[in-house]
Ligand binder design. Structure first.
Ligand SMILES: Cc1cc2nc3c(=O)[nH]c(=O)nc-3n(C[C@H](O)[C@H](O)[C@H](O)COP(=O)(O)OP(=O)(O)OC[C@H]3O[C@@H](n4cnc5c(N)ncnc54)[C@H](O)[C@@H]3O)c2cc1C
Length: 423
């Protein structure tokens, strides 16, 4: 929260120009703050530009009973969606051990109890943003199919659906006939699906870009190519940030929205943020006779963990989870896997060249929940990271929570998300 003595329009520095940082900036400005966003590369340089563009609220975290055994099996299978690069990375191994500790049924139920209502709030905020700010990003509120190829996959999809149903979600199980009636491009591999009607989809790059413009219209200053090296603390509270190259940016409050990187900024203030970069890829295949079929709505290929997002002229295939450190090295076999999985479920995909190939680093928290709220031990520093596979989904509600907390304008509802929860 900003100091009580602060004049009516506090100055807030947001570090990081991904979808989380821009959402925080937008809602802070909407709440009356003077905001500057400092981004060390360019807006969307992290995971926010090329993701699968689907707001999929309510889903349980990756930490689930049985996940460790499944993970070990997948690590031994080069065609699986999971890849852990064999190298000595103590932070990663500490994180993996911590992750395993949260793979309990009790944790899943607690996490769904937190995430399901947040997801609903975020969807409502998306609907509001799209209309009020006239954001044109191919936004479609038409749901998505969780398409399964095995009885085991369908069983798991139905179990997940049963967890979110008590929170107001209305998932619907579809048998193969009904699924193919609705999505004729699917081949014989698909045996059924769960349809999630609440979800929405969009072009994530256009959403980010236009939300940034909306923030600018509300007075937010966006500065690219500016790296923050530390948070300045005087008398136990934040007074600004230091910049690479020597400058200083003064502020009444600082929000760290640096995705999976830049976490040393919090560590130097005494709080360890247990987040690892989880690399994912996309491949955009042009729609056409020799390319991708025209899908009606988004779908996830359950067993392959690949999202398929129909966009204006392409279908985006996005997924895979690679733990190989903080780098953007593109591994060709991981990209090939996206097309291979796509062809299994959609046999008519042709050989047209992809028009875009990309990778980005998801901020994977150790317990699968976002890390949002004030840093313990110092005044005026907040964190918003750790959204993993749901950063786009939860961006609006995260921005609103941070603004409510920083400006003390409403109930921040940060229970269970605190950066101090890891001890
Ligand atoms: C393949 C793939 C598919 C995905 N699909 C979906 C999906 O369908 N739906 C969904 O909800 N989510 C999805 N995600 C996850 C989503 O993309 C991320 O959770 C989200 O983008 C995280 O946003 P962020 O703003 O926290 O981080 P980022 O986008 O990484 O932004 C952080 C920014 O901070 C900057 N930064 C870091 N350190 C500093 C510093 N010291 N000074 C200044 N700037 C700094 C970085 O340059 C970066 O631009 C997907 C991710 C991937 C990889």
């Amino acid at each position: 929260m900003v100091a009580a003595s602060t004049v009516s329009a506090p100055r807030v520095v947001v570090v990081g120009g991904g979808v989380i940082g821009i959402s925080c900036a937008y809602y802070l400005a909407r709440g009356g703050a003077r905001v500057v966003v400092l981004e060390r590369e360019r807006l969307g340089a992290g995971a926010s530009w090329g993701n699968a563009g689907t707001a999929t609220p309510g889903h349980p975290p990756l930490n689930r009973p049985g996940r460790v055994a499944q993970g070990i099996r997948q690590m031994l299978d080069p065609t699986s969606p999971l890849y852990v690069h064999p190298s000595w990375n103590p932070a990663l191994w500490r994180w993996l051990i911590g992750f395993a500790r949260y793979c309990t049924q009790e944790h899943v139920e607690r996490a769904v109890g937190i995430m399901a209502p947040l997801g609903m709030q975020s969807l409502a905020l998306f609907d509001q943003l799209i209309v009020e700010e006239r954001i044109e990003c191919e936004y479609r509120r038409e749901g998505y199919y969780d398409v399964c190829a095995t009885e085991a996959g369908l069983g798991e999809a139905r179990h997940e659906a049963s967890l979110i149903a008590p929170h107001g979600y209305k998932p619907e199980t579809l048998d193969r006939d009904e699924l193919v009636r609705r999505e004729p491009a699917l081949g014989p591999h698909a045996i059924g699906a769960v349809f999630h009607p609440e979800a929405s989809s969009m072009d994530p790059a256009r959403f980010l870009e236009q939300l940034a413009r909306a923030a600018e219209r509300r007075g937010v200053e966006l500065r690219e190519g500016v790296e923050v090296t530390s948070v300045l603390i005087e008398g136990g509270r934040a007074t600004g940030v230091a910049l690479a190259g020597g400058g200083i940016e003064r502020a009444d409050a600082v929000v760290l929205a640096t995705g999976p990187l830049g976490l040393e900024l919090a560590r130097r203030l005494g709080t360890r943020i247990p987040v690892q970069p989880g690399k994912g890829y996309h491949r955009d295949i042009p729609i056409g006779p020799n390319g991708a079929p025209h899908l009606r709505i988004a779908c996830v290929l359950n067993e392959a963990s690949v999202f398929c997002l129909p966009m204006e002229t392409v279908v985006r295939f996005a997924g895979t989870m690679e733990f190989s450190g903080a780098n953007r090295v593109m591994r060709r076999p991981r990209l090939e896997q996206l097309t291979r999985a796509g062809r299994l479920y959609f046999p008519k995909i042709g050989t047209a060249r992809p028009v875009s190939e990309w990778c980005g680093l998801r901020p994977m928290s150790v317990d699968g929940l976002p890390i949002v709220g004030p840093l313990p031990g110092v005044e005026g520093v907040s964190v918003a990271t750790g959204h993993g596979m749901l950063g786009l989904t939860l961006a609006p509600v995260t921005g609103q929570m941070i603004a409510n907390h920083v400006l003390a304008t409403g109930k921040a509802r940060l229970e269970g998300l605190s950066p101090g929860r890891f001890g």
